[in-house]
Design a protein around this ligand. Structure first.
Ligand code: SAH
Length: 223
């Protein structure tokens, strides 16, 4: 296995701020309309979440590697999922797949109470050392299996899955409040359909279908 050192630079220059404004414009042009989501993308220095090797391209609307075969999602995808969640301040939101913590910080910017779970120890450890997170007292990190959810903090107003799920995890449905919503990409390895599930009662769920995306797979079982 290749052991690499992550280099970060926590300086937000005028150039980077300008590139970020352009990124927000391009996401808007691609169809994102939620102004709070666009403002959150505009407020968060995405290059802080990436190795300095990606510094000059951090504001391109692309996914990038973050180690352990994982990626930080494309900003458009982050905005798309965040918009579908219709976050209101102080809602309890569970995220599956912390990765770089970029999406979790977007949810925290939207003033949600965020609980995020990561399955891979190395990524979890990396995020624990990431100073930018201290900006958000409303953001908590957990090492665990997203298929299990986080029963000790359930129920949640919203659940966001940021890895490709072969099917909808039963325990996550259980941990949703009645009236709560889950956004999850469901499908095979190559492509997944974005679903929004609304919990109508303990046994009834509404399902809405959105666009196709490609996420890294949600890992099953113990590692
Ligand atoms: N939200 C992340 C990107 C997610 S990539 C960001 O903003 O950067 C998908 C992440 O899900 C990876 O970090 C992967 O390790 C994690 N993951 C995969 N299977 C998981 C599971 N069963 N439980 C929790 N996290 C999981």
């Amino acid at each position: 296995m290749v052991n690499f050192v992550i280099m970060r630079r926590y300086e937000d220059t005028y150039k980077q701020k300008g590139l970020r404004r352009q990124l927000v414009d391009s996401i808007r042009q691609k169809g994102i309309t939620d102004e709070n989501v666009l403002a959150a993308i505009g407020n968060i220095p995405r290059h802080f979440f990436l190795d300095t090797a990606f510094e000059s391209i951090a504001y391109e609307d692309r996914a990038f590697p973050i180690g352990e075969g994982q990626t930080i999602s494309q900003p458009y995808t982050v905005a798309y999922q965040s918009q579908l969640l219709e976050i209101k301040p102080y809602e309890k939101v569970l995220e599956i797949g912390t990765g770089s913590a970029y999406q979790a910080c977007v949810l925290a910017e939207l003033k949600a109470n965020v609980f995020t779970i990561e399955r891979q120890k190395k990524l979890f450890e990396l995020v624990k050392q990431f100073q930018f997170k201290s900006k958000y007292p409303n953001l908590r990190f957990f090492y665990g299996d997203g298929y299990e959810g986080l029963s000790s903090y359930a129920p949640f107003d919203k659940i966001l899955v940021t890895a490709a799920a072969p099917q909808i995890p039963e325990k996550l449905l259980q941990q949703l409040k009645i009236g709560g919503k889950m956004v999850i990409p469901v499908g095979g390895q190559d492509v997944q359909r974005m679903l929004r599930i609304t919990k109508v009662s303990d046994t009834e769920f509404d399902q809405e279908l959105f666009d196709n995306f490609t996420f890294v797979p949600m890992l099953a079982g113990k590692r």
